[in-house]
Design a protein around this ligand. Structure first.
Ligand SMILES: Cc1cc2nc3c(=O)[nH]c(=O)nc-3n(C[C@H](O)[C@H](O)[C@H](O)COP(=O)(O)OP(=O)(O)OC[C@H]3O[C@@H](n4cnc5c(N)ncnc54)[C@H](O)[C@@H]3O)c2cc1C
Length: 393
């Protein structure tokens, strides 16, 4: 594992930093926790447009589709510098990180021409309509039904935890079209126009007070067949493409706290209980270990390999470190910090979601058990038997 940038990577990093210093001040440390979402969306859409104009909107997309044509290592360097500079994640993270790669890999030329430019410049913001009340970790168990009717499909069902669906123009949608096949076989992938009749978006308020998520109800929504990606029974491989790209996009953007801020907090608190000092040291050193875990992921990506267990271990470790960091910071600040709004309190409130989104802790542990410890996969007839027999009978 080589932890240093190569000369080419160092040059890329320098270029990224120069661009951020010149253009990103207006989104630096943008407070996204308060107030109305419309001005926040407008500011971040403006930022997306600037990224597009300067060729930074999609680091890993091929140049022929408007991307920068770089590899995963450059993506991670870009994420690191954005995090260091305090730049928020792209408003179109689903468009750039999931919908675009799926359309590039599995879409038609007409779909590429129609959707990709609008994703890049932020004209159309996308959301992800995958999870359902009975399909989260077991995503291939989606029940939202799509039935073919002439040149279109009629779709009914419910999605949940759909981040940003209240301001998205489009959604990537997983549906069930053939319940007689095993679960991975009968899935169809659509590009849904969120303004279609029959789409109802209902915000879900979180513990932070914000409404970042939504429930999305689909009631006999008509989707033209031209907005289907992949074969009618071939939606699962398209979904897998989006999930692989999601991991890469999210992997580097987890810089949700700076460990030196924790040390500053401790230095300002005198006297500091030795037990608390010990806890701070533990968070600090684990966060440093997380850097090395992420470096292992980068190193593997740079060598053209796909990280498997490394990604799961890094995700597990990150969620634990964020929870512990918030917990010890609030211990140092004392009871008033629980009622006065501050970044550590916010971290404490968002940390439980980090243990769930992008694969729960338990699901990551299953991956580690199978890939690192070599334990056998649990017996699971849902992989081989018809969906209807396993889930609907
Ligand atoms: C911040 C955030 C953003 C999200 N954004 C989106 C979005 O935009 N679009 C979208 O579609 N979804 C989104 N999600 C949903 C997310 O993908 C799901 O929360 C996640 O897949 C877990 O599914 P679930 O919540 O239904 O939990 P479940 O899968 O029902 O799990 C419940 C519990 O059972 C455990 N469990 C489940 N299966 C196993 C197993 N095989 N072995 C051991 N334990 C198991 C889980 O670990 C968990 O503790 C988001 C979630 C979060 C937290």
């Amino acid at each position: 594992m080589d932890l240093k940038d190569s000369p080419a990577e160092a040059a890329f990093r320098k270029e990224a930093v120069a661009f951020l210093e010149e253009h990103a001040s207006f989104v630096r440390h943008l407070d996204m926790s308060h107030g109305e979402w419309e001005p926040m969306v407008a500011t971040l859409t403006r930022w997306q447009h600037i990224l597009f104009e300067h060729g930074w909107a999609a680091i890993t997309w091929p140049a022929e589709y408007g991307g920068r044509g770089c590899g995963p290592v450059e993506q991670i360097i870009w994420n690191q510098e954005c995090s260091r500079f305090g730049v928020p994640a792209s408003i179109n993270i689903v468009g750039i990180g999931m919908a675009g790669p799926a359309i590039i890999a599995h879409g038609t030329d007409v779909q590429r021409e129609r959707f990709l430019p609008r994703i890049l410049d932020g004209e159309e913001i996308w959301c992800q309509l995958f999870s359902e009340p009975d399909a989260g970790s077991d995503l291939a168990a989606v029940r939202t039904r799509a039935v073919r009717d002439g040149d279109s499909w009629v779709v009914s069902g419910q999605k949940v935890w759909s981040s940003g669906a209240h301001f998205a123009q489009r959604g990537i949608l997983l549906t069930r079209t053939d319940p007689t096949l095993p679960k991975h076989g009968g899935i169809t992938f659509f590009l849904l126009d969120m303004q279609s009749p029959g789409v109802t978006v209902r915000p879900l308020r979180q513990i932070t007070g914000e409404a970042h998520f939504n429930e999305v109800f689909l009631d006999e929504v008509r989707i033209p067949d031209s907005d289907r990606v992949g074969d009618p029974a071939g939606g699962w491989p398209v979904a897998v493409t989006t999930i692989m790209h999601e991991r890469m996009t999210l992997g580097g953007s987890l810089g949700v706290f700076q460990r030196d801020d924790l040390v500053d907090l401790a230095r300002a608190a005198t006297p500091l209980d030795p037990v608390v000092r010990d806890r701070i040291m533990r968070v600090y050193s684990r966060d440093r270990c997380l850097d090395f875990l992420n470096a292992r992921v980068i190193s593997k990506l740079g060598a053209g390999q796909v990280p498997t267990a490394e990604g799961s271990i890094a995700k597990l470790c990150a969620a634990r470190v964020f929870t512990d960091a918030a917990d010890v910071a609030l211990t140092v600040l004392g009871p008033p910090a629980l009622t006065d709004e501050n970044p550590w309190q916010r971290l404490l409130l968002i940390a439980p979601g980090i243990h769930l989104g992008g694969g729960t802790d338990e699901v990551q542990r299953n991956a580690v058990a199978e890939r690192v410890l070599g334990l056998p996969r649990e017996a699971d007839r849902s992989r081989t038997d018809p969906f209807a027999d396993v889930y609907l009978s």
